[in-house]
Design a protein around this ligand. Structure first.
Ligand SMILES: Cc1cc2nc3c(=O)[nH]c(=O)nc-3n(C[C@H](O)[C@H](O)[C@H](O)COP(=O)(O)OP(=O)(O)OC[C@H]3O[C@@H](n4cnc5c(N)ncnc54)[C@H](O)[C@@H]3O)c2cc1C
Length: 303
């Protein structure tokens, strides 16, 4: 068993910020990241990042490099390739491999992943016509007929991006209410290359070597329809990485961690920061802010 002031689980922006702030506040923090490198979802940002105040990065990886350089400059204790497999939150313990780590406080910053539909064909055709990111993959679909599934900002934005290079984009949404920005939706409605199908649920993705068809069902009438498509982009929100916490901490109905304004969870001295606690704005800036708040509140509690 190794002892630390604060155990930070997850090396995305929330976790990295928490580690930096632990250092500033005189706490010995250790960060464990399951992937071989730090960054979390920042590594999936293939566009120019213009909304993180203070610096413009060509992509998320470049932004991540700035964060990581700061950790190195301060000689902070972070360990990559170290998944936390089990936690005992009431005792503030976490296990990675054979090693148990003991903290005086714990910050959970395990983030979120893209939600999947769980329909036939989704897994089979991944990277052969099914994509979870138009920003990353759009160039592979130039000149092709594609579909986008979802009703939030990402789905509408992906449709607009694809309409710039594809002759036909079908946006499929299971209701007729949109959660995204009205100006983007208006642009999509007015774009002659985009067809919007409301009140429709994707049921299956079909094809041979690659995707050829999408099967949808009208949610009001139950009528089944097949759309010819060469690419299916799935943008149906995110799911939190909280499976290992179930039964130990209060989660909301979708599995995100409930916190108060100081990022405290239902368990004493256990905090959560970033996408894992469903902030109103899923962003690097929010994750960084919540990481800082968590470290600050732990420091106050320990002094
Ligand atoms: C395609 C895309 C584009 C985006 N564009 C922008 C943008 O332009 N601007 C912006 O501000 N935001 C953007 N975001 C959102 C932003 O990336 C996230 O809000 C932010 O990364 C959340 O940070 P986080 O630290 O909470 O979680 P994450 O970045 O998800 O990091 C969580 C980390 O925890 C690790 N982890 C999980 N479970 C364990 C475990 N058991 N043990 C150890 N480690 C674990 C994961 O491997 C991961 O590295 C984008 C996201 C995506 C996917």
């Amino acid at each position: 068993m190794t002892n630390h002031d604060v155990i930070i689980i997850g090396g995305g922006p929330a976790g990295m910020s928490a580690l930096i702030w632990c250092h500033s506040l005189g706490l010995r923090g250790v960060l464990l990241e399951q992937s071989p490198e730090l960054g979390g979802q920042m590594l999936e940002m293939f566009h120019r990042v213009l909304d993180y105040p203070g610096l413009v990065a060509e992509n998320g990886r470049e932004l991540r490099d700035h964060f990581a350089a700061q950790l190195d400059l301060l000689q902070l204790d972070y360990r990559t390739g170290r998944k936390i497999e089990e936690v005992d939150l009431s005792q503030r313990r976490a296990r990675s491999g054979g090693e148990w780590l003991q903290g005086r406080g714990v910050i959970i910053a395990t983030g979120a992943r893209k939600r999947k539909l769980g329909i036939p064909g989704e897994e089979r055709f991944e990277i052969r016509g099914v994509s979870f990111s138009a920003t990353r993959d759009h160039s592979l679909y130039a000149g092709k007929k594609v579909s986008v599934i979802g009703g939030g900002d990402s789905a509408v934005q992906n449709s607009l991006l694809l309409a710039g290079i594809c002759p036909s984009v079908t946006l499929i949404h299971r209701s007729d209410k949109y959660r995204g920005r009205p100006d983007w939706l208006k642009q999509a409605q007015e774009n002659p290359r985009i067809t919007i199908i409301d009140n429709a649920e994707a049921k299956a993705i079909e094809g041979g070597e690659r995707v050829e068809r999408l099967v949808i069902e009208d949610t009001r009438t139950g009528q089944i329809k097949t759309i010819d498509t060469e690419g299916v982009f799935i943008r149906v929100g995110v799911a939190p990485n909280t499976e290992m916490l179930r039964g130990q901490i209060e989660l909301d109905e979708a599995g995100f961690i409930k916190t108060d304004q100081r990022q405290q969870t239902s368990v004493e001295m256990v905090y959560a920061a970033g996408d894992v606690c469903r902030p109103a704005c899923l962003s690097v800036a929010t994750a960084v802010g919540q990481g800082a708040i968590s470290a600050k509140d732990i420091a106050i509690s320990l002094t």
